[in-house]
Ligand binder design. Structure first.
Ligand code: GA4
Length: 323
């Protein structure tokens, strides 16, 4: 790790190389499990390679996304509220980003993608979204099962079954960060925030981006680590619900996305979530007299309601602490 200065101020960016684990999913199974658990405890974040999603599935999804975002604004707005520009959530958060926010269950994909396909029958949007979503869900489930195994949970599907459930509230989000170079120097801000600091409320996020940097994760003391872009890898991060379900063993990482002055960045994030009525509770093996339950029991609907009542950067997990 190389620090820009010995004592960085809060929110100062540091230059870091190679601290974030890159885990080969086709590697030796016990080793893979160990690395995943260690990274989830230390950072709540890691990258995976050899994840098994074909280049074609990824490229076609990305192509469909770019061609959607290239349309005139008036056309994109026909896909509101799935389409959004700059406004994030409902409480006044703003970013230099436009996005498509799609429910990842089949009927919702069919509905919204139908609207998009009507206006662009050649994009095959619906097919691309469901193909990519199915593939990325498989990877998320595989990782969640390895996590459960690594934590010694007898039911290895305890986390993955929630996102496999037909009523899972999972989301696919395409974020497009247009280049933000402003010719007039007075107006330019070198540190443009595309999507501000936050943690993801769900179980697990699996994100793929094109070859443009922007993603940063926050470690203790407010240090920001820029994540090198790697289109062949998937970035995986622990969400709030997984922190609760591991009784605090895994940490939900705070992260943000910066814009690039010259290049468009596109990320495709799958947020694996439970069904609305699912109870969020750690499996008994993770709750011991030495490590009593840190959180009270609640449903995903309760958590989602709290999330949407707050601002993007607010923490919410503490609202669900025991006592
Ligand atoms: C962050 C993670 C996901 O992108 C998201 C976001 C959601 C939204 O954009 O609608 C939220 C944000 C995210 C957390 C706080 C609330 C809700 C915007 C916002 C201000 C889809 C999600 O689930 O939570």
């Amino acid at each position: 790790m190389v620090l820009a200065s010995p004592k960085p101020h809060r929110s100062e960016t540091i230059l870091v190389s190679d601290v974030i684990p890159i885990i080969d999913l086709k590697g030796e199974r016990c080793e893979v499990i160990k690395l995943i658990v260690k990274a989830s405890e230390e950072f709540g974040f890691f990258k995976v390679i050899n994840h098994g999603i074909s280049d074609e599935t990824i490229d076609k999804m990305e192509e469909a996304g770019f061609s959607f975002f290239a349309k005139p604004m008036s056309e994109k707005k026909l896909s509101s509220p799935a389409y959004g520009c700059k406004n994030i959530g409902f409480n006044g958060d703003i970013g230099e980003v436009e996005y498509l926010l799609l429910n990842a269950n089949s009927s919702s994909i069919a509905q919204i993608s139908k609207t998009i396909s009507i206006h662009d029958p050649h994009s095959n949007f619906r097919y691309r979204v469901s193909e990519y979503t199915e593939a990325v869900k498989e990877v998320a489930c595989e990782i969640l099962e390895l996590m459960a195994e690594g934590l010694g949970v007898p039911d290895r599907k305890v986390f993955s079954s929630l996102i496999k459930d037909i009523d899972s509230d999972s989301i696919l989000r395409l974020n497009h960060y247009p280049p933000t170079l402003v010719k007039d120097k007075d107006k330019s801000h070198s540190n443009n925030v595309g999507f501000g600091e936050h943690s993801d409320p769900q179980i697990l996020t699996v994100l793929r981006s094109n070859d443009v940097s922007g993603l940063q994760i926050s470690l203790q003391h407010g240090l920001w680590i820029p994540i090198n872009p790697d289109p062949s890898a998937l970035c995986v991060n622990v969400g709030d619900v997984l922190e609760v379900m591991t009784n605090g063993r895994f940490v939900s990482v705070r992260h943000r996305a910066m814009t690039n002055s010259y290049k468009s960045r596109m990320s495709m994030a799958y947020f694996g979530a439970p069904p609305l009525n699912a109870s969020i509770v750690a499996p008994p093996v993770l709750v011991t007299p030495h490590r009593p339950s840190l959180f009270r029991q609640f449903t995903w609907a309760d958590y989602k309601k709290a999330t949407y009542s707050l601002r993007l950067g607010d923490t919410r997990i503490h609202l669900f602490r025991a006592n």
